[in-house]
Design a protein around this ligand. Structure first.
Ligand code: NDP
Length: 484
């Protein structure tokens, strides 16, 4: 198995950098509780160095043609795919997610982003607008220095989903991973540099929220992209607003999945499993409020329970395992608290409901039925393997209740009725939606939330708008007509 200890804690100006004066960060393997690496938080001197390096690197990078920049990103994608196995092992150690998942969902998704935005880099053009003899042309320009701040559930993917479009547009990036999962972003930086990225263009600094806050408020920074919870999003958005910085906010959710009587039951159960138990439920877009129409409810619950009995919980390093632990003891305890509340508030436990009797931070995949809209488990983001089934009778009722939340990240509908599928999804207040499937997030599709779930979109051509700005140049071709 991969040795988890990195060469040093940070990657600044094209090289690994250590400063043991920073607060110690212990990286813990969630399946055993063992410390697998020790790093240090960035000191103010290192934050300063990273921002200076980014500022200087950005100039060199932006002066290259889009095609040249794209070539570096695409080369990095190739290296990432060649090393997928080793990178997936590291992702598994960092997060505890099963290797069965990380082999197909993390470095591969990061490589897709690098390849996709590498391909777009050469075609980021402006337009020509003819105005009689005069004309206007527009230029798509980089923003400058971007700060990326990541959550702990997808450390490789988040580092690349933010880095790839930022770099394609000619920006530099300083990325701060969650201190819970500090390892994978360093590999993204290392691979980008191996692929020919100039020094300073992609830097990684470790740290807790204070390092994130220092980066966000620094005047050298032009844009902030956060993946995190709504409370952190509020703070970061406010700090960015003070400096009038651009933002992308990818925040939490409490997303609905609506399952109608005519749905294909295997697909609906499969969708609910994908939308609640992948990564042990630690996915922002999860459909944790599963509204099931009364006619299909008993069959749905019975089949869901049966399929959950085939879960293979175990050592995530074993490729046969398909269900791993919570990322930390703290996250496990938060989820256990919600399980207690679910029972106390009267939800009916169908499966799971407790900590698994094994080492590490494992919680059994849990299903509650007869959940009502006012229960805590139906209102708050749990970020664990807890699926709540709510009953409904009419389409109107389901839509109104699905929308009765401050969040708006995702939504799903399962039905064989084509017109209903589109009618219902059109009324759900969410940024990333699925019909008859759930939680697929290819780089070609925009991803992001509405309402409190976020601002801006990642992935797809849409992300370019959030990492660049248009300069408009009016060209006068005739005499200047002034009033005096
Ligand atoms: P947090 O909001 O706790 O932290 C997110 C990141 O922000 C961490 O790196 C954190 O550092 C940092 N941070 C904390 N305070 C500040 C601050 N004041 N200024 C700048 N940075 C700060 O989220 P989690 O890591 O717990 O991740 C889970 C959350 O992320 C869930 O709500 C989930 O829904 C959301 N998420 C959203 C996704 C999306 O795309 N919409 C995808 C994945 C997750 P530190 O960890 O050191 O505190």
């Amino acid at each position: 198995m991969t040795n988890a200890q990195p060469k040093a804690s940070h990657f600044i100006n094209g090289e690994y950098v250590e400063d043991t004066n920073g607060q110690q960060i212990n990286c813990i393997f969630p399946a055993t509780g063992e410390t697998i690496a020790t790093l240090h938080s960035a000191t103010p001197e290192l934050i300063d160095r990273a921002l200076d390096a980014a500022k200087a690197g950005q100039k060199t990078w932006a002066a290259m043609s889009g095609t040249e920049r794209g070539r570096v990103l695409r080369r990095a994608a190739d290296i990432m795919r060649e090393r997928n196995h080793e990178l997936s092992q590291l992702e598994t150690l960092d997060t505890g997610k099963p290797l069965q998942e990380t082999l197909v969902a993390d470095a591969t998704s990061a490589a897709d982003a690098l390849e996709y935005f590498g391909g777009l880099a050469g075609s980021l053009t402006g337009e020509h607008i003819q105005l009689g003899d005069d004309w206007v042309y527009t230029k798509r320009e980089p923003l400058g220095v971007c700060v990326g701040i990541g959550a702990w559930n997808y450390p490789t993917q988040i580092a690349a989903w933010k880095g790839a479009p930022a770099l394609a547009c000619g920006n530099a990036m300083v990325f701060k991973p969650s201190e819970t999962t500090p390892l994978c972003a360093l590999k993204v930086a290392e691979i980008l540099h191996e692929a020919g990225l100039p020094a300073g263009v992609y830097n990684v600094v470790q740290g807790y929220g204070d390092v994130g806050a220092a980066l966000v408020s620094d005047p050298r920074v032009d844009k902030v992209s956060l993946t995190g919870s709504v409370p952190t999003g509020r703070k970061v958005y406010a700090a960015a607003a003070d400096g009038m910085k651009h933002v992308t906010m990818e925040l939490g959710g409490k997303s609905p999945i609506l399952i109608f009587d005519d749905a294909d039951i295997e697909d609906a159960v499969g969708g609910a499993i994908l939308g609640n138990f992948y990564s042990s439920g630690q996915v922002c877009s999860n459909g944790t409020r599963v509204f099931v129409q009364k006619g299909i409810k008993d069959a749905f619950l019975a089949r869901l329970k049966e399929r959950l009995e085939t879960v293979v919980m175990g050592d995530p390093r074993d490729e046969a395992t398909n269900f791993g632990p919570m990322v930390t003891a703290n996250q496990m305890n938060i989820v256990l608290g919600y399980l207690e509340k679910g029972v106390a508030e009267g939800a009916r436990l169908i499966s799971g409901g407790k900590r698994a009797s094994r080492d590490g931070f494992f919680i059994e995949p849990t299903v509650f039925a007869d959940v009502t809209d006012t229960m805590t488990i139906a209102q708050e983001e749990i970020f664990g393997p807890v699926l709540s089934v709510l009953d409904f009778e009419t389409e109107e009722d389901a839509i109104a209740r699905a929308n009765a939340t401050e969040f708006g990240l995702s939504a799903g509908v399962f039905t064989k009725d084509l017109t209903r599928a589109h009618r219902v999804i059109g009324q759900l207040e969410a940024g990333s939606c699925w019909i008859n499937t759930y939680n697929l997030a290819p780089v070609e599709a925009p991803f992001g939330g509405s309402k409190m779930s976020g601002v801006g979109r990642e992935n797809s051509k849409e992300a370019i708008n959030y990492y660049s700005q248009m300069k408009s140049v009016y060209v006068g071709m005739g005499p200047v007509d002034a009033p005096f």
